[in-house]
Write a new protein. Structure first.
Length: 539
């Protein structure tokens, strides 16, 4: 019965999304006809029609979905004895044990698999039997994390210990909500969106709580908190961009992919490779323990070092794969990368003005590297509020706009979105840190958080198959190049006016947050589109 429920309702099974017992894409129908002819040919095994049909489809290049049955039973008995054996095998299956096992993700991090899932599945069953919904558990996880952030903001040792414990409790609930959805087969668009959004909100709210707690003790770590958020977001954008660029690429193989498969076959390397990138389970466990026993500065340095190593490891591997494979990217992949780039009206205006000048002939990645390097170098090397920084921002607008003038189908063009995120977030961080204005860094933290929400929301929409946010939204909030230029202009105009720069950053953060949140909530509540989480963060 559970196998039937999964097949009919679980979105992890392709047939669940369409009516009928068998669905075939239009392009596969000729292959299916040939496979049926082959299956009915003399000399074929009539007792295994499904197996013969699947083999024939495989030979014709059609992907065949073969779900792993595990302890479930699926057979077509051909006589009374086989039917009796099949019924006995079905009766011997512990349906409740299967439900509990299938509630847990098949591929997860080491900490989640061995320290959370062994008991969180029973919490999920307890919630299901009491009528609790996955969304209620997701909300409880968020509230617990916010309370943990509040405890960390006290700046006291007891508050730090409570914060660490509550953060782990929040993570247990975060695992439980998905397991509850899989156990009870209660999936929803709203639930997927809440789960995806709240994970980032919980983690970044906890960073802010640690920074507030450190400030109470006279230690300003807002720059480290913002740096950790920038690094984490850029790392996620690398994951998103690479996956979207290769989602439906053809001839998508490489020697490094084969090496990865061989390493995974060794067993222990699977866990080692998952752990060293510091996925969400290991990351939250490290943050919780270090919060309880050390101080916020140590927490942030450990987080930055660990995540920087993980980001370098995954990015280097993906660059190597991109250079060694001969993949041909589709128009859909190029459009997804263009949407992830988040270019605004200034980029479009630049392209119209430049036309087909020499600058547009350079490869997109080269243009993006020049733009990002020049912007960050000016923000770091020139005095705060200098005119040269504004000139560099104009230079960034021109070159960043030129980088997206053509379809992004190059082997390394998936690096453009993370480069633009690094340029925009990094510029805000550097200018706020160098302003030496009271409150500039917390205001910059809020601004980056608001923009990052927009970028994460763009990813979830693309993964859900609904495309990027509407053009009017991107234009309203300026695009990455427009926001970068605006922040540098504000720094130049308000460099000598005390807290006005802080107020300007705060106003910009509130405005962007309101616009993107209202439109995002409207979309996910009304669209009915599937939301796809980035959980796992596999290497």
């Amino acid at each position: 019965m559970h196998a039937l429920r999964l097949a009919l309702t679980d979105p992890r099974f392709p047939a669940a999304a369409a009516p009928g017992a068998l669905t075939v894409q239009n392009g596969a129908r000729p292959a299916l006809a040939r496979a049926l002819t082959a299956a009915a040919a003399p000399g074929t095994d009539g007792d295994d029609l499904t197996g013969t049909l699947a083999d024939a489809l495989d030979a014709d290049g059609v992907a065949v979905h073969r779900p792993q049955l595990g302890t479930l039973v699926a057979t077509v008995p051909t006589d009374a004895e086989a039917r009796h054996e099949a019924r006995a095998a079905v009766d011997a299956v512990d349906d409740e044990a299967v439900r509990l096992r299938s509630a847990v993700k098949a591929h997860d991090g080491f900490f989640t698999t061995f320290f959370i899932s062994p008991y969180s599945r029973y919490i999920a069953r307890w919630c299901a039997r009491r009528g609790l919904t996955p969304n209620q558990v997701t909300t409880a996880s968020l509230l617990t994390a916010l309370i943990a952030a509040g405890c960390a903001a006290t700046g006291e040792r007891g508050g730090y210990i409570a914060a660490g414990v509550l953060l782990l409790v929040s993570f247990v609930l975060d695992c439980t909500d998905g397991q509850l959805a899989r156990y009870a087969l209660k999936y929803s668009t709203m639930g997927a969106w809440l789960d995806a959004t709240f994970d980032r909100a919980k983690e970044y709210a906890f960073y802010a709580g640690l920074a507030l707690g450190a400030a109470r003790n006279g230690d300003d770590v807002w720059a480290l908190a913002l740096g950790a958020m920038v690094l984490m977001t850029c790392r996620h954008v690398v994951d998103f961009s690479f996956n979207e660029a290769n989602h439906d690429a053809t001839a998508n193989t490489s020697p490094t992919a084969a090496l990865s498969d061989r390493l995974d076959s060794l067993g222990w390397t699977v866990w080692a490779r998952r752990m060293i990138i510091l996925p969400i389970g290991e990351r939250w466990a490290m943050i919780a323990v270090l919060t309880a026993v050390t101080n916020p500065r140590i927490v942030f340095w450990a987080l930055i070092i660990g995540c920087a190593f993980g980001a370098c490891y995954t990015t280097a591997g993906r660059v190597l794969r991109s250079l060694t494979r001969k993949a041909k990217r589709t128009d859909r992949a190029a459009q997804a990368l263009a949407d992830l780039a988040d270019s605004g009206p200034l980029a479009a205006l630049t392209n119209r003005i430049l036309g087909r000048t020499g600058i547009l002939m350079l490869p997109p990645l080269v243009l993006a590297l020049i733009a990002t390097g020049a912007m960050l170098a000016a923000a770091l090397g020139r005095p705060f509020g200098s005119d040269q920084t504004v000139v560099a921002a104009v230079f960034y607008v021109v070159f960043a706009g030129a980088a997206v003038a053509r379809p992004l189908k190059g082997a390394l063009d998936w690096l453009l979105p993370p480069l633009f995120r690094a340029a925009e977030y990094g510029t805000i961080l550097i200018l706020a840190a160098r302003s030496e204005v009271n409150g500039a860094l917390p205001a910059a933290y809020g601004l980056v958080a608001a923009v990052a929400y927009h970028h994460y929301d763009t990813v979830y929409r693309i993964r859900g198959g609904t495309g990027a946010p509407p053009t009017w939204l991107v234009r309203t909030i300026g695009g990455h190049e427009g926001r970068t230029l605006l922040v540098t202009v504000l720094a130049a105009l308000l460099a000598s006016r005390g807290n006005d720069f802080t107020l300007a950053l705060t106003a910009l953060a509130v405005t962007i947050a309101l616009v993107v949140l209202v439109e995002s909530i409207r979309f996910w509540v009304s669209s009915g589109a599937p939301a796809v989480h980035d959980e796992g963060e596999t290497a």
